[in-house]
Write a protein that binds this ligand. Structure first.
Ligand SMILES: NC(=O)c1ccc[n+]([C@@H]2O[C@H](COP(=O)([O-])OP(=O)(O)OC[C@H]3O[C@@H](n4cnc5c(N)ncnc54)[C@H](O)[C@@H]3O)[C@@H](O)[C@H]2O)c1
Length: 368
């Protein structure tokens, strides 16, 4: 079988740690070309991961008709325009999150991909945690019964130190008002996970805060006073009636990636903890209504992407799994999941959480 030929846009930190190892590990994939506006970066990654072609202009890469899929791993503001160009060129597209900081352009991109008949995937890394996927299975097969409560945390201490530079930050942001940040960056992942597990959100209430008043931001000299939102707490009413609670934080002490999901149902409860500790990427525990102690659950080899263990660093572990699913969806025509449409819906929920904070009221999702 001919290999799926992939072109990767963006050749820096996250591409090196997560995306390129994921593509390189797949036996049915050829990394055909790498593009970065900084040529030396593209050349270095091409040498490390065996790509034959290097570009500095994505349009030249897209003109190669033999390339079937594009991976967008560039700064946030470029995700949407690069993805739209790839769709227009008739390529399947995987993009880093968020596709856009507003929901409507993301909905439009999802519609453009559907009209063109190409597959999409959004980089919602944690859907591809083996523990989270097992938990999802327990919800679907009834092991947990009717779902009452879903609690989601995404927090670590990445930006606790004011001298650690905040990246992906618009330096022209106003200085006199709170700038939604952790709920946008971390939050889009977390609300996607909670929506995937519990179904559509009906309504949200929230509170957001800046905890570190001055810090370094990429692009400006010295510590800057911006009211960057470091932490958000939200309450959720699900359409199916479950209750949800979520928290995102840049300044909560603990290791990466700092995801914890707890699901409580009428028959059982499960906790997936994606926090790298003592050499292991994640843990999963399960309690039953008639056996209420949370017992550790072993994940089987078949639940992990081939060649990985729970000691594999989490960016590579989860991205190898995400890419494995994307390739199977394209090559075997399997149903899509974790698409641009999911990205748009996650963004819509983030917008509602932000509106609830500023309006100090409950906001129905889609009405923000
Ligand atoms: N899903 C996750 O868990 C996760 C984790 C970390 C980072 N990310 C996201 O991944 C993306 C990349 O992260 P990073 O830390 O590597 O960012 P980065 O800014 O360090 O690197 C981005 C690279 O893209 C290149 N680039 C910029 N515009 C380009 C264009 N038009 N065409 C080609 N290349 C271009 C830059 O020169 C740079 O080398 C970001 O959007 C980030 O938010 C996601």
């Amino acid at each position: 079988m001919a290999k799926l030929r992939v072109g990767v846009l963006g050749a820096h930190a996250w591409a090196e740690k997560a995306h390129l190892p994921g593509w390189a590990a797949h036996p049915d994939v050829e990394i055909a070309a790498i593009c970065d506006i900084e040529r030396s970066r593209a050349e270095r990654m091409a040498e490390m991961f065996g790509a034959k072609a290097v570009y500095t202009d994505h349009r030249e890469l897209l003109a190669d008709a033999s390339i079937q899929a594009i991976d967008v791993c560039t700064p946030t503001v470029t995700h949407l325009p690069l993805s739209l160009d790839a769709i227009a060129a008739g390529k399947h597209v995987m993009s880093e999150k968020p596709l856009h900081t507003q929901a409507q352009p993301a909905f439009d991109a999802a519609a453009a991909a559907a009209a063109k008949g190409v597959r999409t995937k959004l980089g919602f890394t944690f859907r591809y945690s083996p523990a989270i996927r097992r938990l999802k299975g327990w919800i679907e097969d009834g092991t947990l019964g009717e779902i009452f409560h879903i609690h989601g945390l995404e927090q670590n201490s990445q930006f606790l130190d004011p001298d650690y530079e905040l990246r992906q930050f618009d330096v022209s942001s106003p200085r006199d008002r709170l700038i939604p940040a952790s709920i946008v960056g971390y939050g889009s992942h977390l609300v996607d996970l909670m929506r995937w597990l519990g179904g559509e959100f009906a309504s949200v209430a929230s509170t957001m805060r800046n905890f570190v008043p001055e810090r370094l931001v990429r692009g400006l000299e010295g510590r800057q006073r911006f009211q960057v939102e470091d932490g958000t707490v939200a309450l959720v009413e699900y359409e199916r009636g479950a209750h949800g609670m979520l928290q995102t934080s840049y300044v909560a002490v603990g290791n990466y990636p700092g995801i914890e999901i707890r699901v409580y149902g009428s028959k059982g409860a499960a906790v997936a903890r994606l926090v790298t500790e003592f050499g292991q990427a994640e843990t999963l525990t399960l309690a039953k209504a008639d056996d209420v102690e949370f017992r550790p659950q072993a994940l089987t080899e078949a639940e992990l992407p081939p060649g990985t263990t729970l000691a594999t660093p989490w960016p590579e572990l989860y991205f190898r799994n995400l890419i494995r699913f994307f390739v199977d969806e394209i090559v075997e025509g399997r149903p899509e999941e974790c698409t641009f449409l999911d990205g748009a819906k996650s963004q819509q929920i983030v917008d509602a959480i932000v509106a609830a904070h500023f309006g100090r009221r409950w906001v129905d999702v889609g009405a923000a």
